[in-house]
Design a protein around this ligand. Structure first.
Ligand SMILES: [Zn+2]
Length: 195
């Protein structure tokens, strides 16, 4: 199956654009991300019970908790983009681009137009991979300070996937045509459909 086109085929027109470099889009994505992060944190707090989650041991190991979270988050950001990159590379074998825009890291394949199925896979890959890794850690690690760090990491992960999930949502519910082509420069995704 063909996963991409090197040029936009005739008759296609742009139907939607998400640009994280656009100030308004950037602010909206960040606010939604923050709200979702807080919501997930509250879900954990209710699931464990606030007392259990904030057990007194955490206070004594605050530095450990903070260090694991801080280092973990930086590693996470890099790995998140590398997973997008790996999926794009496997599906297209084309040149990738990585970078930072405002507060978001990005990865894209700027020179081609990717079909819906491949775009869905590459966009969703980090969410699936890191949910599978971080959720069990957040739920089952026994040491309270470590578990708290993983809970925060999991919340940051889901919040950080807000832009990706919005793209997935668009492709699942709004643009269901398998002919859909996506040009992903990294910070900007443009969706094209045949007329
Ligand atoms: Zn992403």
């Amino acid at each position: 199956m063909k996963h991409f086109e090197t040029e936009l085929p005739e008759g296609y027109r742009s139907v939607c654009e998400i640009n994280a470099k656009n100030k308004k889009t950037g602010v909206i994505l960040n606010v939604v991300a923050l709200l979702i992060g807080i919501l997930i944190f509250l879900l954990f707090a209710f699931a464990f019970g606030f007392r259990e989650l904030f057990r007194s041991e955490i206070r004594g190991r605050f530095l450990l908790m903070f260090a694991v979270y801080f280092v973990g988050y930086i590693v996470y950001i890099v790995l998140h983009e590398l997973v997008h990159g790996a999926a794009y590379k496997l599906l297209t074998h084309r040149k990738l681009t990585f970078g930072f825009a405002l507060s978001v890291a990005y990865c894209g394949v700027p020179d081609i137009y990717v079909y819906r199925k491949a775009s869905l896979i590459a966009t969703l890959a980090p969410f699936v991979v890191f949910t599978a890794v971080l959720l069990p850690l957040a739920l089952f690690v026994q040491m309270p300070a470590l578990r708290f760090a993983f809970v925060l990491l999991f919340c940051s992960h889901v919040a950080g996937c807000v832009g990706d999930l919005y793209g997935v949502f668009l492709m699942l519910f709004r643009f269901r045509d398998p002919q859909l082509l996506v040009c992903d420069t990294g910070p900007k995704q443009t969706y094209y459909l045949p007329e």
